[in-house]
Design a protein around this ligand. Structure first.
Ligand SMILES: [Zn+2]
Length: 284
């Protein structure tokens, strides 16, 4: 039995750096299992899932964070990270155009602030730039966070054999001296792909490797897993937003088979159940 996926938060004792480290291998494997993605695209989606967890933990731990990686024609990959530790991914939502692995992309980060307004930050991802570089650019441009980011997804059974990453965030307390020391240390660290299969197989181990030689304290640790927010109620709620004529024909027709694009769960909605739900909603 392997360790469950996890994200940890830690801070150096001098208050100079904060670290978010996550391993999401099982989460990514399950998310990929519910999608149709080629090898390269699957690895990009796995990285995007890890990135969504890192962004949420860095900026809005208590909010749902969504990352969208879009090509120039509009095809996209979507990764959602929820505060309960659930993650899900989507390839080509809406099936408008198939997303391309090559070429220029844009990375968009969406979340809802406590006051209800939508935060949306977008950065360009020129052809050749990896997801970690894009994420560093996002942090700097949209969140005014200076951070060093590493992200890795290694191909394997079920699409991936190891997926994870980390963010080392520079805090205002940092002096020139400690910044230089950390820069040197991170520069000498193994690439993330080596860490994930070596001394950083779990999130706490990854944190230990990234902060090795620095005194630090663990701040938080939480489990992560693949999961979706869909439900029969949500399916029926969305059906009832359709034009009245369409709803009426469903109420007098055969049971509906609805598949959730994100998790693959099948729903069978009978006309009776839909009628009951509609009447209940009307009374409420
Ligand atoms: Zn679902």
């Amino acid at each position: 039995m392997s360790e469950p996926d996890r994200v940890v938060r830690a801070m150096t004792m001098d208050g100079a750096f904060r670290l978010i480290a996550a391993v999401v291998t099982d989460t990514a494997r399950s998310a990929l299992g519910a999608q149709t993605a080629g090898d390269d695209l699957g690895l990009r989606l796995a990285e995007l899932l890890a990135a969504a967890v890192l962004v949420r933990e860095t900026t809005q731990p208590s909010r749902r964070v969504q990352l969208v990686w879009r090509d120039a024609r509009g095809g996209s990959l979507v990764a959602d990270s929820l505060p309960e530790g659930l993650s899900r991914g989507l390839v080509n939502p809406g099936e408008a155009t198939a997303v391309l692995t090559a070429g220029d992309h844009r990375l968009q980060v969406n979340y809802t602030l406590l006051n209800g307004s939508l935060h949306q930050g977008t950065v360009a991802v020129p052809d050749g730039d990896d997801m970690a570089t894009a994420l560093m650019r996002y942090f700097k441009q949209s969140e005014q966070i200076v951070a060093m980011v590493a992200l890795g997804a290694l191909p394997g059974p079920g699409g991936v054999r190891a997926v994870g990453g980390y963010v080392v965030q520079l805090l205002p307390e940092a002096t020139r001296e400690v910044i230089d020391a950390m820069t040197d240390h991170l520069g000498g660290l193994e690439p993330i792909g080596i860490l994930l299969e070596g001394r950083g197989k779990t999130a706490p181990e990854l944190a230990k490797a990234v902060f090795a030689g620095f005194e630090y304290a663990d701040l938080a640790s939480s489990e992560l897993r693949f999961g979706c927010t869909c439900s029969e109620v949500r399916v029926m709620t969305s059906i009832l937003t359709l034009p009245d004529g369409e709803v009426e024909s469903m109420l007098s027709g055969d049971p509906l088979e609805v598949r959730c694009d994100a998790c693959g769960r099948q729903y069978r909605i009978t006309p009776d159940a839909l009628r009951g739900f509609r009447d209940q909603a009307a009374r409420a």
